[in-house]
Design a protein around this ligand. Structure first.
Ligand SMILES: CC(C)(COP(=O)(O)OP(=O)(O)OC[C@H]1O[C@@H](n2cnc3c(N)ncnc32)[C@H](O)[C@@H]1OP(=O)(O)O)[C@@H](O)C(=O)NCCC(=O)NCCS
Length: 162
């Protein structure tokens, strides 16, 4: 089931994000994204951060629930400008390849349409093949290649026009 994240599950949401990010780093990113960058991202994504996201009218956070939280997508919209960003998407490795990532993105598109968003973007890494495939399948296109962006690492900006 895909639904909005709730204030009484801040810890569970944070833990799911940390779990998937750490596992993804171990499997795909460790030669690419510095460990100190990962640690900084994890420190910033704490319970207070999750609370801020859930409480903000300009931010969204959806979870996938299979008895427990197994996937999260979150991001923000820029006021009334019609532009939005997905900040992160992830699904527990045991629950991948069942359509959950796709469903989380579809939920974001539905939210965006309601909020009259005409374009949504995200940053990803070239090493995240599964994620890039999923974004291409759901209508994102690579819009820019950002050479040595944050932490001296190359990022890909992908966007979808709704
Ligand atoms: C990228 C990610 C979110 C995808 O999540 P997911 O739940 O596995 O995504 P889906 O199941 O919707 O789609 C993945 C694949 O499963 C296939 N699939 C979808 N539903 C399926 C089903 N019911 N049965 C079998 N396969 C299915 C899809 O066609 C897709 O196949 P492909 O890899 O050949 O394109 C997940 O791999 C992840 O969390 N990765 C680590 C973190 C990460 O990279 N995040 C992105 C940061 S930018």
């Amino acid at each position: 089931m895909i639904r909005e994240g709730k204030l009484d599950e801040l810890r569970e949401i944070m833990e799911c994000v940390h779990r998937v990010r750490k596992e993804s780093w171990k499997r795909y990113e460790k030669e690419y994204y510095p460990g100190k960058a990962l640690n900084s991202d994890l420190t910033n994504f704490n319970e207070d951060r999750v609370r801020e996201i859930i409480n903000s009218d300009l931010r969204f956070l959806f979870v996938a629930e299979e008895n427990k939280i197994v996937g999260v997508v979150h991001g923000m919209i820029y006021g009334e400008s019609g532009y939005g960003m997905i900040h992160w998407l992830g699904v527990d490795f045991k629950y991948q390849n069942r359509g959950i990532g796709t469903q989380l993105l579809e939920r974001v598109f539905e939210y965006c349409k309601k909020r009259k968003i005409h374009k949504i973007s995200l940053y990803t890494f070239p090493v995240l093949r599964k994620a890039i495939n999923l974004y291409l399948k759901t209508g994102f296109v690579p819009e820019a290649y950002l050479k040595k962006q944050w932490w001296g690492v190359d990022f890909i900006l992908m966007s979808k026009w709704l």
